[in-house]
Design a protein around this ligand. Structure first.
Ligand code: CP
Length: 318
């Protein structure tokens, strides 16, 4: 099976079978990581441009490693050192890299829809690495990959996403992906951090974390965007932590095999305690490892390669 799309802009636009194809294809890429040489020649001769107009630790390096492990050439562009500071538009920047025959453009931007704008204007494959409050599809995919790997399934699992749902692209991508795969999703936050009408997407809303976590199989804790405090969307950090922070007491009341996730970067002591972030049920570091495998699968499939069915190896012969 092949992915029938030029770009990856959001999980909203992928079918259940497209999502499963990416997850299945990521499996053999993850197996490569146990080898001393973690590289295959699949994308040799391809060029990947990383356009990061917002800060990133995990996503940028994960995409770069994914591209390099597929033997592609990578170019890193940061807004501060590009001609964007001289007033060049996003479209002109994209067309410049298109003229250099770039095969992929991976973009992170503060404007929701920036990846769509770029994708409409260049022939290269565009991958959204996070656009404003809209989507962060590869984060959603790596979260779902991690859930499926740990629990053996996604369908029927009760997944709680706690935190600033209103401003979270990670939450949106998780909601699209998890609901397409049949999970039972609950979002939990103060009412001011939950978008109106979100129930229309088929998920549940809770304002009480203890209630939401009862019978939960997975809790995905979102970073509290500290800059939201000035918008007066919650009274104080202390109160947020008291009502919505994940600590040992809450984890003890939940299922013994609760899976604890966080996309990073974490505010330790605010939305999650260090004790919980580093406990045996936490898969936060495995999410990072899985991110590389999922991004390798995305690049591989967008390059037009045939998907890899479960149990099959990646062809690493020259
Ligand atoms: N999870 C995530 O997007 O992290 P970065 O901002 O470090 O890329």
């Amino acid at each position: 099976m092949k992915l029938k799309t030029k770009d990856l802009l959001g999980l909203e636009y992928l079918s259940k079978s497209d999502i499963e194809l990416i997850l299945d294809t990521a499996n053999p890429f993850k197996q490569l990581f146990t080898r001393s040489i973690k590289k295959v020649p699949t994308l040799r001769g391809k060029t990947v441009v990383l356009l990061f107009f917002e800060p990133s630790t995990r996503t940028r390096t994960s995409f770069e490693l994914a591209a390099k492990r597929l033997s592609a050439d990578t170019i890193n562009i940061a807004a501060a050192t590009s001609s964007v500071v001289k007033g060049e538009s996003l479209i002109d920047t994209g067309k410049t890299f298109e003229a250099m025959k770039s095969d992929f453009m991976i973009i992170r931007h503060s404007m929701s829809g920036a990846a769509h704008v770029l994708a409409r204007n260049v022939s290269s494959s565009v991958i959204n690495a996070g656009d404003g409050f809209h989507e962060h599809p590869t984060q959603g995919l790596l979260d779902i990959f991690t859930i499926r790997e740990k629990k053996g399934k996604v369908k029927g699992l009760k997944v709680v996403i706690v935190g600033d749902i209103m401003h979270s692209r990670v939450a949106r991508s998780n909601i699209w992906g998890l609901t397409k795969l049949g999970a039972d999703v609950t979002v939990c936050a103060p009412p001011t951090l939950i978008p109106p009408d979100i129930q229309k997407t088929g998920i549940k809303v809770s304002y009480n974390l203890d209630e939401a976590m009862r019978d939960a199989d997975v809790v995905n804790v979102l970073r509290l965007q500290l800059e939201r405090q000035k918008d007066n969307l919650f009274p104080s950090l202390r109160e947020y932590t008291l009502l919505y922070g994940l600590d040992k007491t809450r984890v003890k009341k939940a299922k013994k095999d609760l899976l604890i996730m966080h996309p990073g970067p974490m505010n330790r002591g605010i939305e999650i305690t260090s004790e919980v972030a580093d406990c045996p049920q936490s898969v936060i570091n495995e999410q990072v490892t899985n991110g590389i495998a999922v991004r390798m699968a995305v690049l591989y499939l967008l390059a037009g390669e045939e998907g890899v069915p479960p149990g099959q190896q990646i062809n690493d012969k020259e």
